[in-house]
Design a protein around this ligand. Structure first.
Ligand code: SF4
Ligand code: MG
Length: 322
């Protein structure tokens, strides 16, 4: 049976005058109908680039240099720009960190929702409005009919993100890609938005790729995780397994850095150093300059993403038992 989404050996590069830089280095994963996956890692790991590649929205000088992206059995790379637009408008929706990236400040919410609908489907304004009201109800916006006549600035940040989610839902997509959807919001609102996304995915059997630097958020909402570092997946498996017993030193660091894992009175842990620049990815294991366990082999050889030991997951680390 086909997966909803199957990414194989995806490679994304940036063509610079000084030569090509690899941003995504042959990653692969699958997603089933209704399944929720977290793409986790610090900023610069390649998470957003992965999301954009699925929608073929990589902007120049970036380009997909290899691999394939199958969605509902079709290779997205082989689609014409028009077919791709239709997939993007109907089957896959994306939500960004800043709601104002999606919302037009000088249009009412109602006009934005109905125009987006009428662009993708041949329906009347009246039915488009009825659908817009239905979707605003689905994201728990009170008195949606009145709200349709308001502008984005008349809503709070959390409400704006709800509206963006309502817009993403207009076409009943099979997959929603949410890129740091709560990072710009207050902590209390963050939890509400995550609960809402989880509720909608469950209700509509919609798959989700949740892109975030926050493993805490991912552990509440997703069923599986792919941890990314310097353009590669370094650990992937079920969320429950990975959060309970992370194997890759980078994943272990991310978990230790969660506020909840701090010992009372101690300072919050931080992984030393920072994500390497694309132009200076260390040889061998890219994480080695920051890794407390690094050995000679780590500086020399790139660890492959393999099932290691008895762990129900894939790990790219020389020191995790094979
Ligand atoms: Fe650390 Fe070596 Fe494992 Fe890389 S391969 S994570 S440097 S122990
Ligand atoms: Mg990003």
């Amino acid at each position: 049976m086909n997966h909803l989404l199957e990414i194989r050996d995806l490679e994304v590069r940036f063509a610079l005058r000084s030569g090509d830089l690899t941003a995504i280095d042959r990653i692969g994963f699958t997603l089933e109908k209704g399944e929720r996956m977290g793409l986790v890692g610090e900023s610069g790991a390649g998470k957003s680039v992965t999301g954009f590649s699925i929608l073929n929205l990589i902007s120049k000088p970036g380009y997909i240099a290899g691999g394939s992206i199958f969605f509902r059995g079709k290779d997205l790379a082989a689609l014409s720009p028009e077919e791709m637009r239709s997939v993007r408008g109907n089957r896959i929706s994306m939500i960004f960190q800043d709601p104002m990236m999606t919302l037009n400040p000088v249009m009412t919410i109602g006009d934005q929702m109905t125009e987006s609908l009428m662009a993708h489907r041949k329906i009347s304004r009246a039915s488009a409005e009825a659908l817009a009201v239905e979707k605003l109800q689905a994201v728990h916006i009170p008195s949606p009919e009145a709200r349709l006549r308001q502008y984005p600035h008349e809503f709070s940040g959390g409400m704006r993100q709800r509206i963006v989610i309502a817009i993403a839902l207009l076409t009943d997509p099979d997959l929603i890609i949410a890129d740091e959807p709560t990072t710009a919001l207050d902590v209390t609102i963050q939890a509400e938005i995550m609960d809402l996304l989880l509720e909608l995915c469950t209700l509509k059997d919609m798959a989700m790729i949740l892109i975030t630097h926050d493993l805490g958020v991912v552990s509440q909402v997703t069923e599986k995780i792919a941890v990314m570092y310097a353009g590669k997946i370094v650990e992937t498996g079920s969320t429950e397994n990975i959060v309970a017993r992370p194997q890759h030193p980078y994943t272990q660091g991310l978990i230790r850095a969660l506020p909840g894992s701090r010992e009372p009175g101690s300072r919050l842990y931080q992984i030393p150093g920072s994500m390497p620049n694309l132009s200076a990815i260390p040889k061998g294991c890219a994480f080695h300059p920051r890794c407390e366990r690094a050995e000679e082999v780590c500086r020399r050889e790139v660890p492959e993403l393999l099932k290691r030991g008895t762990f129900q997951r894939l790990v790219a680390c020389h020191l995790v038992g094979v």
